[in-house]
Design a protein. Sequence first.
Length: 503
Amino acid sequence: MNVEELDSILLASAAVLLVAVVAVRLSGRLGLPSLLLYLGMGLLLGESGPGNIHFEDAQLAHALGFAALVVILTEGGLTTRWNEVRPVMPLGLLLASLGVAVSVGIVALVAHYGLGLSWQLSVLLGAITSPTDAAAVFSVLRRVPIRPRLRGALEAESGLNDAPTVLLVTLVSTGEIGEHGPLYTTGLILYELIGGAVFGLLIGWVSVGLIRRMALGSAGLYPLTVLAVAFISYAGGSVLLHVSGFAAVYVTSLVLGRAELPHRMATRSFVDGIAWLAQIGLFVMLGLLASPGNFDLNDVLVALVIGIAVTVVGRFAAVGLSALPFRLPWREQTFIGWAGLRGAVPIVLATIPLAEGVPQADRIFDVVFVLVLLFTLLQGPSLPWLAKRLKVLDENAAYEVDIDVAPLETLGADMLQVHVPSESRLAGVEIGELRLPAGVSVSLVIRGERAFVPDRRTVLRAADNLLVVAPSPVREQTVRRLRAVSRAGRLAGWFGERGSEQH
């Protein structure tokens, strides 16, 4: 490749990226997951579209797809609200394990006995189509104000169910499941999942301690450090311990996202941008890999049958069985069942049998691609309507106050950058009514284009930005207090994240 060819590639890539960024706004207005537009862009650029770009390297698509999923899971873990996920983590774990097993079994039975496919292809179709997609779930549900435990359960499930399905698809594609039997396979999956989670927890815990003690020369180095830690967790678990890298990176990201790290908001913004880039590149690449000219009516019919089996029968059976110990109301079970969005993950998983040379793997890829397009188009726009009909919206949703930390090492203090959302109960509260810990000072209020030093009688307003200086020993106590007032208003006592008293 010479410089002129590189310039042409950069020009085309930048143009595609700009169009994709504009498409985010369009998808939001239409209520569609952005992945549909990006897949469409890939199809237009591919061999069957006006772009006429030929891309058939399944192994490269497999490798790049996994790298993109690591970034997407990292962003999901960092931005997941731990106070919402923690109470429903057992449900999320069951949905990602028992739920996946139930769904795989039902789809495999339908594919084998209903469509006459071989057991290998039937199990592959079940394993490939069963996991929900983190990118689709995160992007759609965070725009729908549903009850926190529903959002937490769906986000936990989508972050955790990639690991077991990747293992299952790989074992079936390579033929190992036939060599060792189901007992060995189950034990291997459990070892990789539990080992990956423990490794991710260890990497996250060690990294939080190190990052808090670092005095890096630039605020921009903190996001790079967090992203590097995420990839170390994924690759270290996979290469060194042969455990699930996807489980490891998601748990590590949850730990990092929960911690009060320096420049946390800047880190989240940076990783959010990288995750968008990964999503755009991933979906466009998968669109390029597809060959719509090879799709026929039979592929569409098979996609419809498998889609109904996994989305209606398998999904609702999986949710019903997983929710039994928790006595979830039927309305919440129904919403969780319908909100199991498929996206890039099933299509990425479909590249595994392609890369392994499994017979009829190209047909599996075509069927999965059509299934994702059809059912994402059906499910995504209907979620706000369904949430309203089932009465699972959180009408009193309080938006989290955004707090970032800028370390002042030489003073033994931290500067908290606080933004007051429009729904926050901080609005209307006087500075003196915040009752912050001793030694903490609200140094500056930025209101619109005006900045001023407040006094105790200054009343906060929505959209205000505050600079709060707190001694390092009481920083976390200060953050808890600000969040408590944001949720409960001026009459809040010393409350925790969910508004319950800390004893």
